[in-house]
Design a protein around this ligand. Structure first.
Ligand SMILES: [Zn+2]
Length: 389
């Protein structure tokens, strides 16, 4: 393992990675879909470009083709992004809205959703703009039925893109794919070839600066910082790079053009700032494991407990407990979550919390955990010990 680790190079700039910035050798790591996976967690931080990276899970092609069919269960199982005036806004719809706003597409423009999964975002985009010529591509053939509902077969590609698509598209969309690929420069160069000269890439990728959990999710090979994103895009032949950290609550929204000439350089001091920030994320997670352990030992003391939040952060906490016997259940407001069992515990609506639960671990994004938990009345019906990451 050590020899392999020593030979690792940054996937963005090629510099030797050195020792991991974060390493956890316990029984389970947690994936971005909040699954517990029996591998260690290893994250390198590149001192040259600020890129964070995790060794790819073994058999990644099989993992994607068969085990990663997110949202295949039904048409309604799309993630809730937000609720505005009581109206649910789903992630795919939000992504389509942002893409339309950023791209200013001409009537009849050709748009490819690259690495699209079911293509929910493109589907929403075409519903708003039926004049557009939509196309889909993924490394899997598992989504054909979903694609057939809104894209003609000649505009579908699985596994590889046809040669005739070179230089064809006015815009290429890539939603939450770049974090998974083990050769991000090749991925971006591949998209560049599909764009017409001057055509525009619109890409979203998790923003670890707004959702620190992304730093240690074990199925994301790449944990981008703005510095490594800019570097990867410049090396893949993009110009006019714009990174928006506000348009999506947990993602970088990136626009860039296929063009000639050089992308702007990033000041060394700015890169150093991102490198330091990435190391702070590593330190945060190192402390988090210890914090769960000491709280469990000194405050929870074997008393009946629940975890509020059944996503990544809740599963992370459960994975770090030395003794899960006192853990009665998870609590989650999302009805889709309530059908699940995690570590053989049910996921219940917050209202179901019993009075004899004395300890609540709050498993939410630490940036908003206290504010959200404060608003969940059933948690506060009696005095309880609370744990926050
Ligand atoms: Zn690098």
């Amino acid at each position: 393992m050590n020899e392999v680790a020593a030979a690792t190079a940054c996937l963005v700039c090629g510099e030797a990675s050195g020792a991991p910035a974060y390493r956890y050798d316990g029984a389970v790591s947690v994936s971005s879909t909040a699954r517990a996976i029996a591998v260690p967690t290893i994250v390198y931080v590149c001192e040259i470009c600020g890129h964070g990276q995790t060794p790819a899970l073994a058999d990644i092609s099989g993992y994607y083709d068969t085990a990663y069919n997110v949202h295949l269960e039904s048409d309604d199982s799309d993630d809730l992004y937000d609720e505005r005036d009581g109206v649910p806004l789903y992630r795919a719809q939000h992504q389509a809205n942002v893409a339309l706003e950023k791209l200013a597409l001409a009537p009849g423009a050709s748009v490819l959703d690259y690495g699209c999964g079911k293509g929910m975002s493109l589907r929403a985009l075409l519903a708003a703009r039926p004049d557009l010529d939509g196309a889909v591509f993924d490394v899997s053939d598992a989504y054909r039925t979903a694609w057939d509902a809104f894209v003609a077969r000649r505009n579908q590609a699985a596994y590889t893109t046809p040669d005739s698509w070179a230089g064809r598209f006015d815009a290429v969309l890539s939603f939450f794919a770049l974090e998974h690929v083990s050769d991000p420069r090749r991925f971006l160069t591949g998209i560049r070839k599909l764009l017409r000269p001057g055509g525009e890439l619109h890409l979203t990728v998790p923003n670890v600066r707004r959702n620190v959990g992304d730093f240690i999710v074990v199925d994301h090979v790449n944990h981008f910082m703005p510095s490594s994103l800019r570097r990867a895009l410049a090396e893949a032949g993009y110009i006019d790079v714009r990174i928006d950290e506000e348009a999506h609550d947990a993602a970088f929204v990136v626009n860039a053009r296929r063009g000639f000439g050089r992308a702007g350089k990033i000041a060394p001091a700015e890169i150093a700032g991102y490198v330091a920030e990435a190391h702070q994320f590593a330190a945060f997670w190192q402390r988090a494991s210890d914090a769960v352990a000491s709280f469990e030992r000194e405050r929870a003391c074997g008393r009946k407990s629940a975890i509020y939040g059944s996503g990544f952060y809740g599963v992370f906490i459960a994975s770090r407990l030395a003794n899960r016997d006192p853990l009665a259940y998870f609590l989650d407001r999302n009805p889709h979550q309530q059908a699940k069992r995690i570590f053989d515990r049910p996921v219940l609506a917050p209202d179901a919390i019993e009075d004899d639960v004395e300890v609540v671990y709050v498993g939410l994004n630490p940036a908003r955990a206290r504010e959200i938990a404060a608003g969940v009345a059933p948690l506060h019906r009696r005095d309880r010990e609370f744990f926050y990451l």
